[in-house]
Design a protein around this ligand. Structure first.
Ligand SMILES: Nc1nc2c(c(=O)[nH]1)N[C@H]1C(S)=C(S)[C@@H](COP(=O)(O)O)O[C@H]1N2
Ligand SMILES: [Mo]
Length: 336
């Protein structure tokens, strides 16, 4: 996914806080006990003057990204087995697409700079009443479950991930969309100070993705807040991302800040960059090649294997009906 050459002046990743420093800060906070102690430490370590009052959210957040999910949600019987081995966590967390932090795979350290404390998501557009909600408050309104999903990137590699999350239709129920709402538009943050990839101004930041209402209501569409038994770590798209296992990976937007219900089909980040190569539907289909490479097979991360790619990434029984008759209107666009 590289329509542009990386310029020579691109900032190197090692200017960002090393991972071990970050994790130590989290551990100190967790061990700090009382809120006052945690607050004082956060003030000092975070570089804030000790006198300055801390925002409440920073002091009371029980577990930051990467801490154990507690209580651990139950494994969904329907998605307990993806038919292939779960990808090793270490491999998965050091091979990521997260262009906000660089247009390459080794963004995991840089992404640690993303501060998710006090993170809110705005729900707006064609809904009864627009609102902004904190992640903790949102999680108090839904039931979490663990689901093991296959993931197929448009770049012809794949992995298997034990996600923790809740169906997107639960959030849609909370949002109470109006009858005119036909699409959901998802957008991430825009903070070039922290996300240095966003200084690459030729990209159309923020990252945007979209779904039809019918796709979003499908039970497979998962809002993800954890992985591998942990609160979702930053490289995976903390604090909340989408996962759509039947579509190419770029549809599964990370670090969501805003969900807008609309009657206009959203134009996604990749569609805007290269409309011939990446479109709105992007359903996995081994028979329709990317303009620059075959989609017939996929490289399985963590193994030496390539395996045949399967229509809808093997989730056709759940989602194929959503696309009945669509090829007549959109042709191959349904598949990229
Ligand atoms: N915000 C944002 N979301 C994103 C991306 C991105 O660059 N930015 N990359 C996408 C792509 S191409 C893929 S394959 C998956 C990768 O998810 P992973 O890093 O957890 O494997 O995230 C998707 N979501
Ligand atoms: Mo991807």
């Amino acid at each position: 996914m590289k329509p542009f050459r990386k310029p020579r002046w691109q900032i190197s990743e090692n200017e960002v806080t090393p991972e071990h420093v970050f994790w130590n800060r989290r551990r100190v906070l967790a061990a700090g006990g009382g809120l006052a102690a945690a607050g004082a430490l956060a003030g000092v370590i975070g570089g804030r003057a000790p006198m300055e009052p801390l925002p409440a959210a920073a002091a009371v957040r029980p577990g930051g990204p990467g801490t154990a999910m507690s209580p651990m949600p139950a494994l969904s019987p329907k998605f307990a087995d993806a038919g292939r081995a779960v990808t090793d966590e270490e491999i998965n967390s050091t091979y990521n697409n997260f262009y906000e932090f660089g247009s390459h795979k080794r963004i995991s350290q840089a992404a640690m700079a993303l501060d998710t404390e006090g993170w809110t998501v705005t729900i707006d557009g064609l809904v009864e009443t627009p609102f902004e909600i904190g992640i903790e408050d949102l999680l108090a309104k839904v039931d979490l479950e663990e689901r093991i999903y296959r993931h197929r990137c448009v770049e012809a590699w794949s992995m298997v991930v034990p996600w923790i999350g809740f169906p997107l239709h639960r959030l849609i129920a909370l949002a109470k969309p109006l009858s005119g709402a036909k699409y959901l538009r998802f957008a991430t943050f825009h903070d070039p100070e922290v996300a240095r990839g966003q200084r690459q101004h030729w990209y159309p930041w923020p990252y945007v993705e979209g779904l039809t209402m019918a796709e979003a209501m499908n039970d497979l569409a998962l809002l993800v807040v954890g992985a591998y038994g942990k609160v979702l770590p930053q490289p995976f798209g903390a604090p909340m991302r989408l996962h759509l296992p039947w579509k190419y990976g770029f549809k599964s937007i990370k670090s969501i800040k805003r969900i807008t219900f609309t009657d206009v089909r959203p134009v996604s980040f990749w569609e805007e960059l290269a409309v011939r190569e990446y479109g709105f539907w992007a359903n996995v289909n081994p028979a329709v090649d990317h303009p620059r490479w075959s989609q017939a097979r996929e490289r399985v991360l963590g193994t030496d294997e390539t395996i045949p790619t399967v229509l809808f990434n093997g989730y056709g029984a759940e989602v194929a009906h959503l696309y009945d008759g669509l090829e007549a209107e959109f042709g191959d666009r349904v598949w990229r």
